[in-house]
Design a protein around this ligand. Structure first.
Ligand code: CP
Length: 330
């Protein structure tokens, strides 16, 4: 595996789930794979789960890990080509990326949407430069438009907790005080559309997601109707995708908060959220603290989704050239 940015990179999804369950049972069986190999985790944005689970996955595989917080101690990076660099940005990504590639075998990148230009966000400007210029396998640790490690962990969790072969899974929008990217719901839809589930998305009008991710999913604007007979409720806030309101908050309607009354409409559904979560905005204390809440096992599976991706990337590594095999941007 050279890249992990979406569900297609996993190939056969059922095989990936089986591999994840096997890795979870025997997570220290692959230590030889990562011997003398290094993963570099590059963060342009904050993280708790992704940072820790990725390092833990690397340790399970016998790898070394290095973490770079770009905004805390590194030079400020220019991402635009052709600019006269007479401002506060000291280094260009086009040098910084191959330099990072020279120090490691695999790179993980977290770089959120900027909400300044929709076309830039949806072209994955930063992530794609790492793919193009690092010379290393690159995995997304949440990019401008996707969070595939999260969605893969979500799918593993659904597989573990489902009580019927094809459960109904509902992705519901819920209110939040800040404008959030569409990365998590995009990837969740990307994965659920390929999984053996009955997938429904519910949100207020105006919050339609990118059709490339929604694909054939049913969109139901009545949240209570969507919840009927659901086996899993996956709550998440996102900002508007539509061109004229891209990145904006259109509603903070607290009637969309997931509460016990709405959960009672489901088929004893499990409650999921990627975390961090704003309690009593997205979900009530009562629901997130209930026995049906599986947010902690879901977060724990982030270690497993990352370990499968790192394991596949290690298995695909060519012997390293002593001269270095990274690309130099021209
Ligand atoms: N779910 C998730 O990616 O959490 P962090 O932002 O804390 O990494």
């Amino acid at each position: 595996m050279r890249t992990f940015t979406n569900v297609k990179d996993l190939g056969d999804l059922n095989a990936a789930i089986l591999e994840a369950l096997e890795v979870k049972k025997n997570r220290f069986n692959y230590k030889a794979l990562g011997e003398n190999k290094t993963v570099m985790l590059v963060f342009f944005n904050s993280s708790l789960r992704t940072r820790l689970s990725s390092q833990k996955a690397a340790m399970n595989l016998g790898m070394n890990s290095m973490v770079l917080d770009v905004n805390q101690g590194a030079w400020r990076l220019e991402t635009e080509r052709g600019v006269v660099m007479d401002g506060d940005k000291t280094e260009h990504l086009l040098e910084a990326i191959p330099v990072m590639g020279a120090y490691c075998d695999i790179i993980g990148v977290r770089s959120f949407a900027q909400f300044e230009n929709k076309a830039d966000d949806y072209s994955e400007k930063v992530l794609n430069q790492f793919i193009k210029y690092s010379g290393r396998p690159v995995f997304s640790m949440e990019s401008a438009i996707g969070h595939p490690l999260q969605a893969f962990a979500d799918l593993i969790t659904i597989e573990e907790f489902k009580t019927k072969p094809r459960p109904k899974v509902v992705l519901t929008w819920a209110p939040h005080p800040k404008a959030l990217p569409q990365a998590v719901p995009n990837s969740f839809a990307d994965f659920m559309n390929e999984a053996d589930v009955d997938f429904v998305i519910t949100h207020p009008e105006g919050y339609e997601l990118d059709p490339q991710f929604v694909r054939g999913a049913k969109v139901e604007y009545d949240q209570k109707k969507a919840f009927e007979d659901a086996g899993f409720i996956y709550a998440k806030n996102w900002s508007a995708f539509r061109d004229d309101v891209y990145g904006q908050i259109l509603s903070k309607d607290m009637n969309w908060t997931v509460d016990a009354e709405k959960m009672s409409l489901t088929d004893s559904a499990f409650f999921m959220h990627c975390l961090p979560v704003r309690r009593n905005m997205i979900v009530t204390d009562e629901v997130i603290e209930s026995p049906q809440s599986i947010v902690i096992p879901e977060a724990a599976n982030r270690e497993i989704s990352c370990q499968v991706v790192l394991k596949r990337m290690l298995e695909g590594l060519a012997p390293k050239s002593p001269e270095g095999d990274f690309a130099v941007a021209k």
